[in-house]
Design a protein around this ligand. Structure first.
Ligand code: ADP
Ligand code: MG
Length: 312
């Protein structure tokens, strides 16, 4: 795709326009949840973890995923370079599903949550901690030694408990100990968190990454909580892109969850946004992670993209 370069004065004007935002957010923490679907590229297909029957198909998916990740990493590095403190929390649902399929396991969902037996937990943990986390850390560190990968199991970061015995090892957040994140931020580093938590006897649980991002943002008293997903924001009618809602209060959002207007994978994001802004996070955003540099547009320009959630 050929792009026309903007003239130099336009570029300079763009940088100047960003100045008030840079000053406002410098030294502030921004928690960014990067969704497995945004990561998977435009068609939502996760890049295969092992060689597939059609090598060409596999390479295509891998190329898309790498491109999306490369742009995301650039944005994170840019934010860090202008003094903002990004904390990345990532999902990986499609990537877990893809490996399960290759291993001949059929993913089962109840109420939007993956039923997680011991074997599924093992797969989820391998994919999230061993693959997706490594890919994100690696891509950020192309720009310099910045990113440090963590699992919620590390240094007591996320204490979890079973959500519902029917779902197996699907966890809920009991507590977040932000000490390790604060240490890393103080050293100028970028924490990248895979959302496996453990209980007090060391049992691991797979936790919804949206829920973890919200809990981490609240615990840190973050300035912003940003969800990068595979739709342009929260829609009044979930299937109609022309019904994008630009600004919502926590109360309005809670009502949309209760009425079912917000459904499926948007529910934990909406719940986390509403809870976070009611508990000290200044603003929460749901943005289209497939749009190049959506997070820079949202944070550093007056162009609001996606949905912004405010306390009232
Ligand atoms: P992620 O990998 O980013 O967590 P999910 O698939 O879990 O992505 O959640 C995003 C999905 O939520 C959208 O693709 C869309 O199908 C669904 N959704 C449900 N209700 C809404 C809504 N009101 N507005 C936008 N998307 C919605
Ligand atoms: Mg999801």
């Amino acid at each position: 795709m050929s792009q026309v370069e903007p003239p130099a004065p336009v570029k300079a004007a763009v940088l100047c326009d960003a100045l008030p935002y840079i000053r406002r957010f410098a030294g502030r923490t921004v928690v960014v949840k990067y969704g497995g679907n945004a990561l998977a590229g435009v068609d939502g297909s996760a890049a295969p973890i092992f060689p597939v029957t059609s090598l060409q198909q596999g390479e295509q998916a891998r190329g898309q995923e790498t491109e999306a990740l490369r742009r995301f990493a650039e944005d994170v590095v840019l934010l860090r370079s202008i003094g903002i403190l990004p904390v990345v929390v990532h999902g990986g649902g499609p990537q877990i599903g893809s490996l399960m399929k290759r291993l001949g396991k059929v993913p089962e969902f109840r109420g939007g949550l993956r039923v997680t037996d011991a074997e599924t937990l093992e797969i989820a943990r391998m994919v999230l901690v061993g693959k997706v986390n490594r890919d994100i850390v690696g891509m950020i560190n192309v720009h310099g030694p910045l990113a440090v990968g963590l699992s919620g199991e590390d240094a007591g970061l996320i204490t979890a408990t079973a959500r519902d015995p029917e779902l197996g090892y699907v966890g809920d957040v009991v507590a977040v100990d932000p000490s390790i994140i604060r240490h890393l931020l103080a050293e100028g580093l970028v924490p990248v968190i895979a959302t496996i938590g453990s209980d007090r006897v060391g049992q691991a649980y797979n936790i919804n990454a949206d829920t973890v991002a919200g809990a981490v943002a609240e615990t840190l008293g973050a300035e912003k909580l940003v969800f990068l997903t595979d739709v342009e924001g929260i829609r009044a009618i979930s299937t109609d892109p022309t019904t994008l809602l630009h600004c919502l209060t926590a109360h309005e959002l809670d009502a949309m969850v209760a009425s079912g207007a917000v459904a499926e994978g948007m529910v934990p994001k909406a719940t986390a946004c509403a809870h976070a802004v009611a508990h000290g996070v200044a603003g929460a955003h749901v943005l289209d992670g497939r749009v190049p540099h959506a997070i820079l547009l949202e944070l550093l320009t007056s162009e609001g993209v996606g949905t912004m959630v405010v306390a009232k």
